[in-house]
Design a protein around this ligand. Structure first.
Ligand code: EPZ
Length: 433
């Protein structure tokens, strides 16, 4: 199995360019299925989740052409349902956005229950509630999801989501885009990637208003035309590099960011003793003094993002004093704590709360990535630790971070990817990129 080997103790210096937002890309690619024409999409992150979604669309007849590494043309003029996508749809969470776009395009949908990071129960009841409200008959059994719009087309309605859910907000907004009439969705999530999806759909001829607030209004259209769109930069990738330099010390400028999207992360890092300078499309993060404890509760946007909880908790493990972190979104997002304890962290977890007693040092050890952001946290821990850390199961990390090793090495990190084609062999091939 591939792994990362990190020799810790080096500060990070330099500049890192942030890639397109993963959670915007994994919503916009499925949504492109509804567009009868060519969508030119720029700033697509080169990560395995987007590759899998593009493969799904290609299996449904989409023509996909890469203009350059991060710009592609998707032509869904002639697409169809296909059973061939099921092996892929089971692998990632965002495959469930195809329910909304298949219903929008074909008036019916056929996919599987989604995959995705495992941190507790991840129901999809709000997605189903929204589709049924729009007039879909849903059949969910044996791991498959089949849906059919009564009368062949979804019908606009008013929907109140019982829980603030990024996925349900996105899925229902996609489905409503081509429904007949007006849909009002209330108690929606407000993440930047939801606004990005609405802007993408509107640039293709949709009529969506209110994204970024807690009420979204969609006036259904009969057809979407081709066009071009550029994704926003990734708030969580940026936050991950901000946390990394907060942990190691040093000074790093992140380019191609939207500082506003980072407000909640910057505010917490400043409380911890980190200096942050903001520009038009960059932030400079500097940490020269001691790290100080703070308390964090993760919440839907604009609150502190749950997807930054493992990374910042890792930095708090090295801060003076005791910090309390409360996970306000997921039931069980502390699996990584056992891995951090192997490196000397002193963290007690009770349900959704972690009490972190800062220590002077972490020590390199063999650890594993439990999920995408937990894996990123292990890399941060390895960068800060004394000695060498090996990180297994990096497939999770490479789902959401473009060129993680290359970008970190450019900042002075001593990290290599060992590709181990034969798990039985005792030496891998170091890829110092
Ligand atoms: C999205 O997951 C992100 N994934 C997650 O990021 C992120 O942690 C999460 O939003 C919260 O920001 C993608 O965008 C692909 P939710 P999603 O629906 O949509 C409950 C990463 O690291 N809920 O907002 O699955 C749910 O159990 C990934 O990039 C229901 O009860 O999250 C949770 O408690 C990991 N019923 C809360 O709502 C539903 O039908 C928020 O979930 C849906 C959700």
């Amino acid at each position: 199995m591939d792994k990362y080997v990190v020799k810790g103790g080096k500060q990070l210096f330099g500049q890192v360019d942030i890639s397109g937002a993963k959670n915007a890309a994994v919503a916009i690619i499925p949504a492109a299925l509804m567009v009868e024409g060519v969508c030119r999409i720029e700033n697509i992150p080169q990560i395995s989740d987007t590759k899998k979604l593009l493969e799904m669309l290609a299996l449904m007849g989409a023509k996909i052409r890469f203009v350059n590494k991060t710009t592609l043309d998707i032509d869904c003029s002639n697409v169809h349902l296909s059973d061939d996508i099921y092996d892929l749809t089971r692998q990632i969470r965002a495959s469930y956005y195809l329910i909304g776009s298949m219903l929008g395009r074909f008036g019916k949908a056929s996919t599987t229950m989604p995959g995705g990071c495992n941190f507790g129960v991840r129901p999809i009841d709000q997605h189903i509630k929204g589709m049924k409200a729009l007039g879909a008959v849903m059949d969910i059994s044996r791991g498959f999801i089949k849906a059919e719009a009564k009368g062949g087309r979804l019908k606009g309605t008013r929907i109140y989501l019982d829980k603030v859910s990024v996925g349900a907000t996105i899925n229902v907004m996609i489905a409503a885009t081509m429904a007949s009439g007006i849909t009002v969705i209330e108690n929606v999530a407000r993440e930047p990637h939801i606004v990005d999806l609405a802007n993408f759909l509107n640039s293709m001829g949709a009529d969506i208003r209110g994204a970024g607030t807690d009420v979204i209004k969609v006036r259904g259209v009969d057809k979407l035309h081709g066009g071009s769109y550029c994704l926003i930069p990734d708030q969580i990738e940026a936050g991950t590099y901000m946390a990394a330099v907060a942990g190691t010390g040093g000074e790093v400028t992140l380019t191609n960011v939207i500082p506003k999207h980072l407000d909640c992360i910057s505010a917490k890092l400043i409380e911890m003793g980190v200096e942050i300078e903001e520009g038009e499309d960059f932030v400079t993060v500097r940490r020269t003094g001691e790290l100080t404890h703070t308390n964090i509760k993760t919440l839907p946007y604009p609150g502190f993002p749950t997807d930054m909880q493992p990374q910042v908790s890792t930095v708090l493990a090295l801060a003076n004093g005791t910090s309390v972190v409360t996970e306000g979104v997921w039931d069980n997002r502390y699996k990584y704590v056992n891995e951090l304890r192997k490196m000397g962290a002193e963290i007690q977890v009770d349900g959704k709360t972690a009490v972190i007693q800062g220590v002077k040092k972490l020590y390199g050890a063999p650890v594993a990535a439990c999920d995408l952001r937990a894996g990123a946290a292990m890399v941060i821990a390895g960068l800060c630790a004394e000695g060498t850390t090996t990180i297994e199961d990096i497939v999770y990390i490479e789902r959401g971070y473009q060129d993680f090793v290359g970008k970190l090495r450019k900042l002075g990190a001593d990290i290599v990817k060992i590709s181990d084609p034969d798990p039985k062999s005792d030496e891998g091939i170091a890829e110092a990129v």
